[in-house]
Design a protein around this ligand. Structure first.
Ligand code: GL7
Length: 835
């Protein structure tokens, strides 16, 4: 408030207020002005990169004006806000999305063209903001787009990593990791050096003075202090003035930290080193997807981010001078997985230690504030923090966790007396050496709603990992919100030609705001010209991807072959190994065929992409097998044209925008019950590709929406997985599926390089108990791939499936998902915006 312009001067300011540019000439003027002044360049040295910067800065100006107005407007409206806490926001590029969402793309295209540039080349200059690993981080980014598009007053809170997910290079067929230093020029963030918050670690808890109720207070003191600096990123909605805020925290040494002891003794470097330690907190994104590594620095990141965000949220609430009990009427905080679970503990700490609230009153506010989204049932992904680690880093928080747990267990004991085993099972503290904290349990206890991300997944968590909690809290606390994707980025931006064709049939671009409007397309499945245009657009997308593959790998692929794509993080549960085994099986068959038989085959291009966590040895072996099969198959003259195997290096969001429109079929073949949802399955189908997949995650709901005749399902069901695993482990005389045996024999015969390279992978199918059931699903997989070939021979039938599927994909918009969160979990309303 002290920083605001005095009342009498405000009119003067308002007259001078910055205004958005309109029209091509004004846009061009802004671009040139930014190139010449902001960048200090000229007509003599303006390359694509400078043109990108100038364009981005011009577009940004308009964005910022909308953003400022939105923030003022939301403050005035004073409604309940949503805070989405996520350690990952996998944003990808911003410029194209910003132009499309603000309706400036055509202006910009013409504008830069007259200045001698192509808008595509300019867009291509931008570095991806890759602050996430995979689906979980991209979901957060899609949700931000929907929140703004639907005019919800919402903030994202995350970390401003200096290094995003590593860049993947393939060297001699193996993955190598290169750091992703992405902040050289980032026009999309605004440092707020005035928003600086001190965050403490370590220290001790000591007895302090008595509080009003006569209890001795506990004081946490003497720790190491690090400063959190806010960096704000504007998030424009599509076709609305609403521009929300994503606040990312960056760590730096706190002012008082300089160690004069070391300085005076001449140890200048030592004192600098301490300062640098503070900066490491937000230095790097942990590159694990669905794996918990339990590292201290990661816990530091979590607390740093959570504490800064809560400080910010509480400060904003306090400005309203409302009583504390109204906190949950003004604030909804969503925990994206368990990574921000400490927020529950931190808010309770703020209430009882700082605001002197009684425990029960505080706890009731806390639990009404939080919602928790679970994204996985994989045991290796469930976060468990070692008690000694937490004791050392956050001693006061550990005490509060113990108290939360004690009161919780007491309530369980009242409800289910004398069930000691139940108490042991549901305790936040798991016995062992060392003891560990089960963060998912803490998240459940501290939230009023817990949701899974697809129907099967939400049912599974209730029946398995959280079963006891359903008995304790009742089933109403547990709900489902099936994931969604933003059609703005994943259709309109990635596939403009398809978006235009759809718009021409369904009555304009309103479908981008109400995706159920796609169903109008079904009327046109019989329309020959429409079908032809539809398939031409698919072919053009394949040609574009083929060109990208040629440019980056020197390998020519036939755009008329069937493009079979599996791009996602490499993980045993996602079963890229089953895919490549299937490719090998196909290759072996092709080798046996006579030239006549070969003529009847559908040519296929198998395309893979995805990163392996740097320490995930098996995933890296799978990559090596894929590249090795490519080396053999792609050079084999005998089968040439019928099979190509491509590994696309460094799969990321901007590459996905090229790849997703180009699939004929994409693979979503996780072991049933392991993939919580998957979201790329939705992206591919929305772009007219068909799916081969297991009955897992959102595949099941996609099938229900688009119809069984439009999807290729394979493999065992989730309900049989446990039995099958049991058989592998304890059954006698388990023989491997003969087709898979043949594939393993070929690998072991060294046909794809030294067989030792793959010994671990082969062992995982046999002595490793085949945990992911590749051998159980392999023959179904191969047979289903044959059905794909057959179906592809009938191009007209294929087009019918493609169009029908797209027409029925409305449900999978992230807008639908966000509206469900808003109604069922957050209880927030959209802000009314002047037209
Ligand atoms: C994931 C799931 O694995 C994925 O199936 C889901 O679509 C995504 C978003 O809900 O969340 N869970 C998880 O830990 N990661 C995911 O991508 C990393």
């Amino acid at each position: 408030v002290e920083a605001s312009i005095p009342q009498p001067l405000r009119e003067t300011w308002r007259k001078l207020a910055a205004a958005e540019f309109t029209g091509k000439e004004q846009f061009q003027k802004e671009v040139v002005r930014h190139v010449e002044t902001t960048l200090a360049r000229s007509i003599y040295n303006c390359d694509d990169n400078a043109a990108y910067s100038g364009t981005a800065l011009a577009i940004r100006d308009n964005l910022v004006i909308k953003w400022n107005k939105t923030q003022q407007h939301q403050t005035l409206q004073d409604q309940k806000r949503v805070y989405y806490l996520s350690l990952e926001f996998l944003m990808g590029r911003t410029l194209d999305n910003a132009m499309l969402n603000t309706g400036l793309k055509d202006t910009a295209r013409e504008g830069v063209s007259e200045l001698g540039f192509r808008i595509e080349d300019i867009i291509d200059q931008e570095h991806d903001a890759a602050l996430g690993n995979g689906g979980l981080g991209r979901l957060a980014a899609c949700f931000l787009d929907s929140l703004a598009t639907l005019n919800y007053p919402a903030w994202g809170y995350g970390l401003r990593y200096r290094y995003g997910i590593f860049k993947q290079e393939i060297i001699n067929g193996f993955q190598a990791e290169v750091p992703d230093y992405w902040l050289d020029f980032n026009p999309w963030e605004f440092p707020r050096h005035d928003v600086a918050i001190d965050i403490m670690f370590y220290g001790t808890v000591n007895p302090g003075p008595r509080d009003d109720r006569g209890n001795i207070k506990k004081v946490w003191e003497g720790g190491e202090i690090v400063q959190a600096i806010a960096y704000d990123v504007p998030i424009p909605g599509y076709g609305t003035a609403c521009t929300n805020n994503l606040r990312l925290w960056s760590s730096k040494p706190s002012g008082g930290e300089f160690d004069f002891g070391k300085f005076n003794s001449g140890d200048y470097e030592g004192s600098i080193r301490d300062q640098q330690r503070a900066e490491t907190i937000s230095a790097v994104l942990y590159p694990n997807d669905n794996i918990d590594a339990g590292k201290e620095l990661r816990l530091k990141q979590q607390y740093f981010w959570v504490a800064a965000s809560l400080h910010d949220i509480v400060r904003r609430f306090k400005k309203s001078h409302r009583p504390w009990k109204e906190f949950p009427d003004q604030v909804a905080i969503q925990l994206n997985d368990t990574h921000p679970t400490l927020a529950i503990v931190e808010l309770q700490r703020i209430f009882i230690d700082i605001e002197n609230m009684p425990w029960d009153e505080a706890w009731s506010i806390v639990t009404r504030t939080f919602g928790y989204t679970n994204h996985t049932v994989l045991p290796e992904a469930l976060e468990k923090w070692s008690v000694p680690l937490v004791q050392n880093l956050l001693p006061r928080h550990l005490q509060i966790i113990y108290d939360i747990n004690l009161f919780f267990l007491q309530s369980v004991e009242r409800k289910f007396p004398k069930d000691r085993d139940l108490l042991r099972r549901v305790s936040v503290v798991e016995e062992g050496t060392p003891q560990v904290l089960r963060m998912a349990y803490l998240a459940i206890i501290g939230s009023h709603k817990v949701n899974g991300v697809a129907e099967l997944h939400s049912d599974l968590i209730k029946a398995t990992i959280f079963k006891d909690f359903v008995d304790i809290f009742g089933t109403d606390k547990f709900t489902n919100v099936t994931n969604g994707i933003t059609p703005r980025r994943w259709l309109h931006q990635a596939n403009p030609k398809l978006s235009d064709l759809i718009a021409s049939k369904v009555g304009g671009y309103d479908f981008l705001k109400d995706l159920t409007k796609l169903n109008v397309l079904e009327k046109f499945v019989g329309d020959k010209t429409f079908k032809k245009e539809w398939m031409e657009i698919k072919l053009a997308a394949k040609v574009k991807l083929a060109k990208y593959i040629k440019d980056t790998t020197q390998i020519a692929v036939n755009p008329h072959s069937l493009f079979d794509i599996q791009v996602k993080r490499i993980h045993e549960y996602k079963r890229q190994q089953m895919n490549i085994f299937g490719v090998i099986y196909r290759y072996l068959r092709l080798k046996e065929m006579t030239p006549e038989e070969r003529k009847k085959q559908v040519p296929r291009t198998s395309i893979f992409g995805g990163k392996a966590a740097p320490g995930y040895w098996m995933a890296k072996t799978i990559i090596r097998l894929i590249t090795a099969v490519g080396e053999v198959v792609n050079q084999d003259e005998e089968i040439n044209g019928l099979l190509k195997v491509i590994f696309i290096e460094d799969y990321n969001v901007s590459k996905a925008e090229i790849i997703v429109p180009a699939s004929d079929i994409s693979e979503h073949i996780s072991t049933a019950g392991t993939e919580a949802s998957g979201t790329s399955n939705m992206k591919f189908v929305l772009n007219g590709g068909l799916i081969i997949g297991t009955c897992d995650g959102a595949n099941i709901e996609i099938t229900r929406e688009i119809g069984e005749e439009n999807i290729f399902l394979l493999g065992n069901l989730a309900e049989h997985v446990e039995d099958l695993r049991h058989q592998h482990r304890f059954g006698k005389d388990v023989v491997m599926d003969p087709k898979l045996r043949e594939v393993c024999d070929a690998i072991e015969a060294g046909r794809f390089g030294p067989e030792q390279t793959y010994s671990g992978l082969i062992a995982s199918l046999t002595i490793g108990f085949d945990y992911y059931l590749v051998s159980d699903d392999f023959s179904s997989y191969v047979a289903t791939q044959d059905l794909v070939d057959e179906a592809y021979k009938d191009q007209d039938g294929w087009a019918t499936k493609s169009i029908t599927s797209v027409a029925r994909m409305g449900f999978f918009s992230a807008d639908r998902a966000i509206n469900e969160y808003a109604d069922e979990i957050w209880n927030v309303e959209p802000t009314k915006f002047p037209a």
